[in-house]
Design a protein around this ligand. Structure first.
Ligand code: GSH
Length: 208
């Protein structure tokens, strides 16, 4: 078995979390390299594009979250083998990546600007991505985004929805998902209730 190291920031979310979850669900051993924010400037210089997550496999490094999700999804049997379903899975992950990029672009803004931009995101792109993702979920049977079974697309949406609901994003109302996309709330609850996901977060809580 390949030796894996996944590098990402030390919190339970963000672009690195779907891959951590996929590896945990698949029961695949990996080194969970969590970068402290104080250490980040030094570590950043060592990354291929200045960002994380990174996945190291037998000493070779690959960047870009969705590529990493596909790779670990294949290892964990959480990426469709069928080419069409794989495209459906990719579509959803790329859609979440698009809206994530719009939200993260507001992180370092001064508060007034952040407020204005986030309110505009809620009125526009956040609402439309939520509504469209809900439509895509329903078009594919309503339970999972691709192939009628759990995939890394579900994990990527799960992590994004939990972030929106977390209250950690100032000026983004925590009930936006309930109001716009109740089926995504149900989907999020379904993923959270997966025994391996429940076990993963119980272990994280126990670790403090
Ligand atoms: N397109 C990249 C984006 C990577 C990215 O921007 N990651 C963020 C964390 S989610 C990061 O490293 N931020 C710190 C920085 O840019 O200095 C991917 O999908 O992996």
């Amino acid at each position: 078995m390949a030796k894996l190291k996944l590098t990402y920031f030390d919190f339970d979310g963000g672009r690195g979390e779907p891959a951590r979850l996929a590896l945990a669900i698949g029961g695949i051993a990996f080194e969970d390299d969590r970068v402290g924010f104080a250490d980040w400037p030094r570590r950043k210089a060592e990354t291929p594009y200045g960002g994380v997550p990174l996945l190291e496999v037998n000493g070779e490094t690959v960047a870009q979250s969705n590529g990493i999700n596909r790779y670990v999804g294949k290892l964990a049997d959480l990426y469709p083998g069928d080419a069409w379903q794989a495209a459906v899975c990719d579509e959803v992950m790329d859609a979440v990546e698009e809206i994530t990029t719009k939200v993260t672009a507001t992180f370092d803004l001064p508060d007034e600007q952040k407020k204005a931009q986030r309110q505009a995101l809620v009125a526009g792109p956040i609402t439309s991505y939520l509504a469209r993702l809900q439509q895509r979920l329903e078009a594919h049977g309503g339970r999972y985004f691709a192939g009628d079974r759990l995939s890394v697309a579900d994990l990527k949406v799960f992590v994004w929805i939990r972030h929106l609901q977390s209250g950690k994003l100032d000026h983004i109302p925590i009930d936006v998902v309930d109001r716009v996309a109740p089926k995504l709330v149900e989907h999020c609850e379904r993923i959270a209730a997966h025994p391996a996901v429940t076990a993963y977060y119980a272990k994280r809580r126990a670790a403090g």
